[in-house]
Design a protein around this ligand. Structure first.
Ligand SMILES: [Zn+2]
Length: 840
């Protein structure tokens, strides 16, 4: 008891300290007091109703304030660049002097010219520097967006020589909320749980959000991984701004664990991507001295060159580094709610906001002072790239899946990469690239370094630890044919604006229609047909008709004995081809070569009624990727079944249930029995990643998972974490042999498939070879980092397993086939499990 007493006093001090800080909160707490502020400019509290930090700002209030600032301040203009999945506007403020605003387009064009040929004649003396400031891409790291209220006010209202000089020399692209939907979700949580008497007890409900939390966007994506693949509307708006302006500095304000102080880049030097120039990191370090000075003055602690890295170009603070810009990551220890006890005393929300605000201003100070140096850096980045340019071109495409090739080309188009058509069909290394389904990318072009970062395969690394994935090779992610040493003479016309792949118009048949299963969007077409209630079959074997070869998995729709007559059916299928952009062929005879249309090798299909297990215990990212895939790509309904309500759910409504990656067991004992019963009655259960252990433990499937037998030798205590970290697979790409006759592989045209994997679960192959339709090769690493013992372990194992159970199926994927919405190449594996699970 005696021991407890000092601790109690300690806590009480904490408590009253926090309370006092909130009661005394004023704008003076945040703002520099050595300048005056224009009285005409509304303060944040004039619009949102409170001093920033008292509450978590909701997106609508923040929006009101930014609009009001833009209305009254000649320094600020505002634009709306689109909307989130939940319909929230994606605004951008442009902040600079009134004079610069009047010449903005000219300034922009001059600035862009720095990255183009003949840039050496440009004089950077008079050029403003362009800074893109972005806040809270993780919605529950809210100090950033709340600091944006103050930064915007300061930039609109501050008076005097210093701000005048800053605005004359700087164009600020100010993005106050990178993630509107997530910020809104988190503000609701933190505000509804706030007590009048501020309670910093970390165990209070305020500090632990309900699943899935506010970090992610609507479909539970981590948007700070999407800067390169640009699959989400928020990233698309941001990337458009980026390429429109080519900012010199881009900042990304985050939060980290509550016991931490404040981090600014550079990160760990050995973990910088080798394609990033050394000078980028040196400039980052120099900019860091401005943050350090500002934080020293404030009395706030910080650290740098530790923990974080600059490797994956899909992150906001790393993407700029391959674009001649400088990306800077800020991480503030999080108060999560309004105030929380930590190892450093009570961490209040206003304190975290003030640090973010300070870093935003020190960035601008650095930009102003280092302006010419950084503008020259940008010019030289592109000049050096041009000087070291390789000749020739990359080509990618797919003769059978035009949509996948088109979707990759769309990413390049968003990044202003120069793309050409092929002049003629091209044969190289035994592969044929067709003129209308392949794209050529010249190596010598402005965006060449970015293109290289997207296309390269890398298997050697300076460091063995990665904050995120170690590989993202896009032609592999899209499962496309790819060649990288093509002569430029093969280049056809430059593509100014991409258009969807052309398909042949549907002809009318009175006998049958068939659809190949190759195209990325064929599941969308099939689902429309099944939902309409049309009798539909899948071909288990290939056949030929009138010189057309129909592959495994071809979909057959007979005309007779359907609920639609021949005319209505023709009209309906026309709609299907228009909506899915997938070709459907009319045929007038069943006498095909190979299996005939009346053969029992055509198996009847059922409409898919799919449920996805979500909620506590499930990884939101993995679940969200599947929800997004069904909802956005394939227009398929998917029911989100929450683990909390699973015991009360009527499972008989579903043909398929998907169990995404989970931590521990997401389901109770009774739920597991219920799930088994449903499978035995004919359901198809599809599990991902850690579901392997769950299936094994709960007897859903006979599995042999390799034991982890790694033993540390000559590894010191200090090295233990790195040793273990180096054995993980943060995300790398592996090659498997596939058996194309197995329904899980229908639609694939090659015997090899690239898979993305971020797990160390290795499943032994079955004795019967036909039970291993997807099997890793003996040396499967295609791109990314894996330790030598792990590479040995993965060889010859299987990422897919199917077992019959009663009248149903249990299917396992150890790899993530839906990774971050850009792994188009393996999405079909899941669709095959859904539509053809009963034929496995
Ligand atoms: Zn973050």
């Amino acid at each position: 008891m005696q021991k407890l007493l000092p601790f109690l006093i300690f806590c009480i001090c904490f408590n009253s300290f926090a309370q006092q800080e909130f009661e005394d909160l004023s704008l003076e707490y945040y703002l520099p007091q050595d300048v005056s502020y224009n009285e005409e400019i509304p303060k944040p509290q004039d619009v949102i109703g409170y001093i920033p930090g008292e509450w978590h700002v909701t997106h609508d209030l923040l929006l009101n304030y930014m609009r009001e600032l833009a209305r009254v301040s000649p320094r600020i203009s505002i634009e709306n660049r689109g909307e989130t999945y939940e319909g929230r506007p994606l605004i951008l403020l442009t902040i600079t002097s009134k004079e610069n605003h009047e010449n903005l387009e000219e300034i922009r064009k001059n600035h862009l010219a720095l990255t183009q040929e003949n840039a050496s004649s440009l004089n950077v003396e008079e050029m403003p520097i362009v800074v893109n400031q972005g806040f809270s891409i993780h919605g529950n790291e809210a100090s950033g967006s709340n600091a944006a209220l103050l930064a915007a006010y300061y930039l609109a209202a501050a008076e005097g020589e210093e701000i005048k000089e800053l605005l004359e020399n700087t164009i600020i692209l100010f993005d106050p909320v990178f993630n509107p939907d997530g910020l809104q979700r988190f503000a609701y949580w933190a505000n509804t749980n706030k007590s009048e008497k501020i309670n910093p007890d970390p165990q209070d409900r305020e500090y632990s959000e309900v699943w899935p939390g506010g970090r992610t966007n609507h479909y539970w994506f981590d948007m700070n991984r999407d800067w390169l693949p640009v699959q989400l509307p928020e990233s698309q708006a941001r990337i458009e701004t980026f390429h429109k302006w080519m900012p010199n500095i881009l900042t990304d304000h985050h939060e980290m664990g509550s016991n931490s102080s404040f981090f600014f880049q550079p990160g760990i030097p050995s973990r910088t991507h080798p394609l990033t120039p050394d000078l980028n990191q040196e400039l980052t370090k120099e900019i860091g001295t401005y943050h350090a000075e500002a934080f020293d003055q404030l009395g706030s602690f910080y650290y740098t060159e530790e923990n974080y890295d600059d490797f994956y170009y899909g992150k906001g603070s790393t993407f700029p580094d391959i674009n001649g810009s400088i990306g800077i990551l800020f991480e503030q220890g999080s108060s999560r709610g309004h105030a929380q006890e930590t190892e450093n005393g009570v961490l209040t929300f206003p304190f975290t906001i003030r640090n973010q605000f300070t870093a935003a201003l020190s960035t601008l100070e650095a930009a102003k002072n280092m302006r010419k140096e950084i503008l020259n850096y940008q010019r030289n980045f592109y000049k050096n790239a041009r000087n070291s340019a390789e000749n020739g071109a990359y080509v990618f495409g797919s003769n059978k899946d035009a949509s996948a090739a088109y979707e990759l080309a769309k990413i390049l188009e968003k990044h202003k990469v120069e793309i050409h058509k092929l002049e003629e069909d091209l044969k190289t290394n035994g592969e044929i690239f067709k003129k209308n389904t392949a794209y050529l990318v010249p190596k010598n072009q402005r965006q060449q370094r970015l293109v290289k970062a997207m296309f390269e395969r890398r298997t050697e690394f300076e460091d063995s630890l990665f904050y995120d994935v170690s590989a993202w090779t896009l032609p592999l992610a899209f499962n496309l044919d790819f060649a990288e040493d093509i002569k430029m003479k093969n280049a056809g016309e430059k593509i100014e604006k991409l258009s969807k792949p052309e398909i042949q118009p549907l002809e009318k048949s009175s006998y049958a229609y068939v659809m190949q299963w190759h195209d990325y969007y064929s599941p969308k077409a099939l689902n429309m047909i099944l939902e309409k209630g049309l009798r539909t079959k899948v071909g288990m074997q290939p056949f030929t008709l009138a010189n057309s070869e129909y592959d495994y998995g071809t979909i057959l729709i007979p005309v007779q004995n359907q609920k639609l007559d021949a005319e209505k059916m023709y009209e309906f299928l026309q709609t299907v081809t228009e909506k899915s952009n997938v070709q459907i062929d009319a045929i007038n005879t069943g006498l095909t070569q190979g299996v005939n249309l009346g053969s029992n090798q055509f198996k009847a299909l059922e409409p898919a009624k799919v449920a996805l297990i979500v909620g506590d215990g499930i990884t939101p990212y993995d679940a969200g990727e599947i929800w997004h895939l069904f909802d956005q790509r394939y227009d398929m309904k998917i029911t989100k079944l929450d683990t909390r309500r699973f015991s009360r759910a009527d499972l008989s409504r579903y043909t398929d249930i998907i169990l995404p990656n989970s931590w521990g067991s997401a389901l109770e004992k009774n739920d597991i029995e219920k799930l088994k019963e449903w499978v035995r009655e004919g359901g198809t259960l599809i599990g991902y990643r850690n579901a392997a252990r769950f299936f094994e433990k709960e007897d859903f499937m006979d599995l042999e998972i390799k034991k982890d037998s790694l033993v540390a030798e000559n590894i010191s205590f200090e090295e233990r974490r790195d040793f273990r970290g180096a054995q993980g697979i943060g995300g790398a790409i592996f090659e498997a042999n596939i058996d194309r006759s197995h329904p899980v592989n229908f639609g694939y045209t090659n015997d090899k498939l690239a898979l993305f994997r971020n797990t160390t679960i290795f499943v032994e192959a079955d004795e019967q070879s036909y039970n291993n339709p997807i099997q890793y090769t003996e040396n499967p690493l295609l791109s990314g980092y894996i330790s030598a013992p792990r590479l040995e372990a993965i060889a010859g194992t299987v990422p897919f397993k199917h077992t019959g159970m009663g009248r149903g199926n249990v299917i396992l994927f150890t790899d993530n086939t839906n990774f971050r919405a850009f792994w188009y190449g393996t999405n079909k594996l899941l669709m095959n499990a859904i539509f053809f699970g009963d034929e496995m």
